[in-house]
Design a protein around this ligand. Sequence first.
Ligand code: SF4
Length: 320
Amino acid sequence: MDTLLSVENLTVKFRLRQGDLTAVDNVSFTLGRGERLGLVGESGAGKSVTGFSLINLISKPGFIDSGSIRFEDIEITRLSDTAMRKVRGEKISMIFQDPMMTLNPVLTIGTQMIETLRAHVGCSRRQAEAIALENIRKVHIPSPEKRLKQYPHEMSGGMRQRIVIAIALMASPGLIIADEPTTALDVTIQAEIMDLLLELCATEGVGLILITHDLAVVSQVTQRIAVMYAGRIVETGDTQQIVHRPKHPYTQGLLAALPQHSNRQNRLNQIPGVMPSLIKIPPGCSFHERCDLCQDLCREQIPQLNEKSSGAHVACHLAE
Ligand code: SF4
């Protein structure tokens, strides 16, 4: 599989009065053309900041401190704002949790779709309208001609998210980054949107980075997973392998907390404690304060991401 995206040693910091907060710490991963990768972890694990870095959307006081992000043959970290705007929308699209972060409430869907495309691709209004109609059909919304004349508030939450996906496809990007795309939707609609993303990845050949806290969703949609904790990747590899045979205690804890693994009293399992402050990450393994298996070595040395017998890469001194 061709490499579409290669992230190497990415570190993203936020300059605060109390000191620098390291939101993403030395993160590396690759994505093949048409591949689907899940970035998983609790809030504050660094997964969304990683996603925003890929399209250079880190705003002050945040900044990419070091590392490389290569998309096709483009080094994203060195692009000017103008060049980056071309990459966003033409080559990489992003879908947010709330569709209203993408949609303008005072413009019709048609204006937004047509102008988005014309801003990136030199085509006539008529051509842009034909592509907009085709993309609305692709996301299975009936009566596309009628939808072009509607405003976002005239649609349900699920339909708005489908329109956002249709907009994301307008310039035929190579990669879609979806940041918790279903969290704000009803459970039944969530499943429909995930099925749609899966279908579009297959039919359009587009790569997907799915950012979510939900390992159950990731296990249904992605081929590979990177589990993040306190800004670092702690386990990465084949999705099914990690879901069925997790090696890192944090991944094991996340999986044990899924509702299907709740105990007899129907109480959800929990990982004890909370994620450490990113401004003061403890020495050694950043998970050691919450880990039942913690030993002296864990408090002293940061575990490196090494390949284990399962083929997954795991950052844990004890994983085999
Ligand atoms: Fe637990 Fe030690 Fe592994 Fe960290 S390195 S996850 S503290 S066993």
